[in-house]
Design a binder for this molecule. Structure first.
Ligand code: NAD
Ligand code: UDP
Length: 416
């Protein structure tokens, strides 16, 4: 039976999670209308979607009412989300979680559409219950520096359940725990982009407090899958979505230093006020209700990401991909896989390997050509010239042999 395709509004669709959600919904054949004010998001995040005829973008701040009709669902992701962002814009954050949520709820009410609120683990504050279940009421300082975010999200949940109770609106609430992945803003101040960029630049990793506080990080593709499953369910109460792999920020810093092969040290800075000391979701409800669980292992993605030296995530961080560094990580990984048949690899991980192989092959050849053209009195070249040269120059055989060597080495790698 063919699934009926929907028209779906994603507010905050140009943000980190939002653009991945738009991408996924489009890939399922839906029409997507992304509404965003770009207060913390960026047009770059949706650039790759603009040519899709099913994608529409609308510049709008949801704290003022918006006019839209003829849609089936609305995912409300519009809110600053990184502590650095909401410390700078506390009033905008409070308004997004209050007026913004009211306006988007009213829009759904007028269109008889289903509403999903992107809530957060921050509603638990600095939790006294661990791991956190949906039934835990939380421990939040209502006037601290994080209150603009935490309290606006708590108010938003109260508003959503009361629209559901009083107006019989179809509503969902996702309590999202720390999420990471590609297209996070490199300056958004969250710990993963901070540490990766510091490590890549050889700068000290800024660990807040003693680094004993814990977090558990969910890969964005897993999270997006959970959001869609929740929207498709008929459950109106909050559901935790997150990964349960929990570690301290000190362990995270060490992991990133090790994986990047960076020489960076750690620098200890004061712990921000009210920074939660531990965080880990109890996801029994999501498992039971949505048959959802995160599939992606943190180490695999991170290692994959480091290998994708040309990936947009690092654009502007490392100006020139570092071949030596790429080769070292790659060899380490190849070695690991040779000796570990049972390793489970995600699609992303395999793609990363392929990319690094292409990258290495290209650079090895480029290097060869560089030597060759240097010997032949040519010092500048680029890819097109290189291709032409393959045909033109008598050393072609040497280059072909090299391609052959690389290709046969490639076949001998077990996982290829
Ligand atoms: P983000 O800052 O990258 O994206 C938020 C997007 O919303 C941005 O594009 C921003 O421009 C837009 N926006 C903000 N206020 C707006 C307004 N008033 N009108 C229109 N657009 C507005 O953040 P993110 O990490 O993608 O988070 C998305 C949602 O998920 C947020 O609601 C956040 O609270 C929630 N969440 C995220 C995480 C996480 O780890 N990333 C964890 C828990 C909850
Ligand atoms: N953190 C850190 N160094 C950084 C950025 C963050 O040690 O450069 C810590 C921060 O104090 C918090 C954890 O990392 O305990 C996660 O911070 P993030 O801002 O990513 O998200 P939060 O969970 O606080 O919303």
């Amino acid at each position: 039976m063919a699934t009926e395709l929907k028209t779906i509004v994603v507010t905050g669709g140009a943000g980190f999670i939002g653009n991945h959600l738009c991408e996924k919904l489009l890939s399922k054949g839906n029409k997507v209308i992304c509404v965003d004010s770009f207060i913390t998001g960026s047009k770059r995040n949706i650039q790759h979607l603009l040519t899709n005829k099913n994608f529409e973008y609308m510049g709008h701040d949801i704290t003022t009412p918006l006019k839209l009709s003829g849609f089936d669902e609305l995912y409300n992701l519009a809110s600053p989300a990184s502590p650095v962002d909401y410390y700078k814009k506390p009033i905008e954050t409070l308004f997004a979680g209050s007026f913004g949520v009211k306006n988007t709820l009213d829009l759904c009410k007028a269109n008889n559409a289903t509403f999903l609120q992107a809530s957060t683990s921050e509603v638990y504050g600095d939790p006294k219950e661990h791991p956190q279940k949906e039934t835990y009421f939380g421990n939040v300082n209502p006037i601290g520096p994080r209150a603009c975010y935490d309290e606006s999200k708590r108010f938003a949940e109260a508003l959503v359940v009361n629209y559901m109770r009083q107006y019989k609106l179809k509503t969902r609430i996702a309590r999202i725990f720390n999420t990471y992945g590609s297209r996070m803003r490199k300056d958004d101040g969250r710990v993963i982009p901070n540490f990766i960029i510091q490590a890549l630049k050889g700068k000290p990793l800024t660990v807040y407090g003693k680094g004993e506080q814990t977090r558990s990080f969910c890969y964005v593709d897993d999270l997006v899958e959970g959001l869609i499953l929740l929207m498709d369910s008929d459950y109106p109460m909050p559901v935790n979505l997150g990964n349960q792999e929990e570690f301290t920020m000190l362990e995270l810093a060490d992991k990133i230093i090790e994986m990047t092969g960076s020489k960076s040290k750690k620098e200890f800075l004061p712990l921000p006020q009210d920074d939660p000391l531990q965080r880990n979701p109890d996801i029994s409800l999501a498992k039971k209700l949505l048959k959802w669980r995160p599939k992606t292992k943190f180490d695999e993605v991170l290692e994959g990401a480091f290998l994708r030296v040309n990936e947009r995530y690092f654009q502007g961080v490392i100006e020139q991909p570092n071949l030596q560094w790429g080769q070292d990580s790659f060899r380490k990984l190849a070695h690991y896989n040779f000796h570990n048949d049972t390793v489970t690899v995600s699609t992303l991980f395999q793609k990363a390997r392929r990319e690094i192989l292409d990258y290495l092959m290209y650079h090895e050849l480029l290097h060869k050509y560089h030597q060759f053209s240097h010997r032949n009195g040519r010092s500048s070249f680029h890819t097109r010239e290189f291709r032409k040269a393959e045909e033109r120059y008598p050393k072609q055989k040497e280059i072909e042999r090299e391609i052959g060597n690389i290709a046969s080495r490639r076949k001998s790698w077990k996982w290829w």
